[in-house]
Design a protein around this ligand. Sequence first.
Ligand code: GAP
Length: 521
Amino acid sequence: MNQNLMEKIVSLCKRRGFIFRSSEIYGGLGSCYDYGPLGVELKNNIKKAWWKKVVQEREDVVGLDSAILLNPKVWEASGHVAGFKDPFYSCPFCKKQFRGDQIYDLIWNGDWWQSLLKDMAGHKTSKDLFNWAKTKGKDLAPNLALVLRPEVTLSWISDIHKTFKQTDLDFRNFIGRIAASADGLAAIPCPLCGEALSEPTSANLMLSTSIGPVQATAQKTYLRPETAQGIFVNFNNVLQSSRTKIPFGIAQIGKSFRNEITPGNFIFRTREFEQMELEFFVHPQEAKKWHQYWLKERLDWYVKLGIKKENLRLREHKKNELAHYAQACSDVEYKFPFNWSELEGIANRGDFDLKQHGKFSGENLFSRDENGKKFIPYVIEPSAGVDRPLLAFFIDAYEEIGGGRTTTTESNKETEVVLHLHKDLAPIKIAILPLAKKEKLTKLARDISREIKRYWTAQYDEVGSIGRRYRRQDEIGTLYCLTIDFESLEDKKVTIRDRDTMKQKRVAIAELTGYLKEKLE
Ligand code: GAP
């Protein structure tokens, strides 16, 4: 796994119509993306799989589709106007901006820091480090505390230096402290260019807009930064109309917007993205139990949809990482080529939201227990993105086979790509391929294609050699290729090729739908 892999994935996504840069013909728009013909199918399949698991198959969750634009008071009550801020650093030299919570990771992974580490690795004694700071260090990292004031920095690092390994998180923090200096001697260096960053500032991440066409009377509001608040403000509506009782959940899928300081890594962090959120309302005494329950449920969901277990982990937030509303939170993280990073946060939001909305709106947002006693429910919130999991499913499914796979009818030595997406996620389930572009074959193939398309997404393809067509389908994750050959005209059978095993089987055309139903459902 490496950055090179990301480049290949971005390129495949564009070439095969999964994901394009938004408004590309005008040079694009910072970190906005469009989903192409295959991308929209994949994305819809992820949303369908989530909805099926979280809403359809359960007795205790109902769905909702609330508006993106809400009364601006919602965002005051929720704490977003005051608290949805990220501290960030700016580099006055290269003009880049960096999130405060990521600064040491970025420094650590930055090119100049890595080369600096390599350089320092050969320097065992303080004297060596001192010499390094006075010579090479001046060019590599002029604002490093070690470079600016080697005597002082070395005096405090000389002892602890030996006790840490480079792989330890502690060592990372330690390195961060060398960079930032123990006593404020030097500024934090820019992860990109090594120059001194300015003091951190903070920015509100909400995208604002105005309601009403006339500027003077327009009302300022925000594009929602999470779908969750639309759920909280509908708590009474849903409770009363669907006659549900606690514990129960409200689920919603939709767009959210954040003016991210450092969007990037393709669709990993963008300013417009989709979320799949569940707000599960429970009795406060049962909150911990339900939190544990949803952690397991959600981790299992990714595994069942094909993500390798070793590439997933749960990471509990430290107290100082928690969002302003959360009592506890764990992230489902995926081992992306760039780092372990969050796919989904599963938080215990306590009674923060209902309490706040009760206070700001004057509505009574509460429930009653079996003895009729009022209580404000706690909320367990599994909150997933759509785009990030899509990227993870894609990366995890991606396989390159050097020299090609051999059983295609055409021998080839090219590297082949197979996208082993789970059957529920694959954008195209079946390809229909007449062996030759002869009318007898294409007519039968088109008839079969029409029948198949009544049930599944399918592609009809008659262009190019059969080997090439197989490879085109493997690359986009198509599960089955049906080949119609001259024998098909006689025996009324087609060959079905399995994407993963490449095993081929003759199946009667009359039994095709039943056969595929068994495989796909
Ligand atoms: N309601 C809680 C909430 O929004 P979050 O951890 O900020 O929690 C939940 O977001 C999920 O939404 C993340 O795990 C991620 O998958 C997705 N997400 C958040 N910000 C994103 C962004 N800028 N770009 C893409 N996905 C994002």
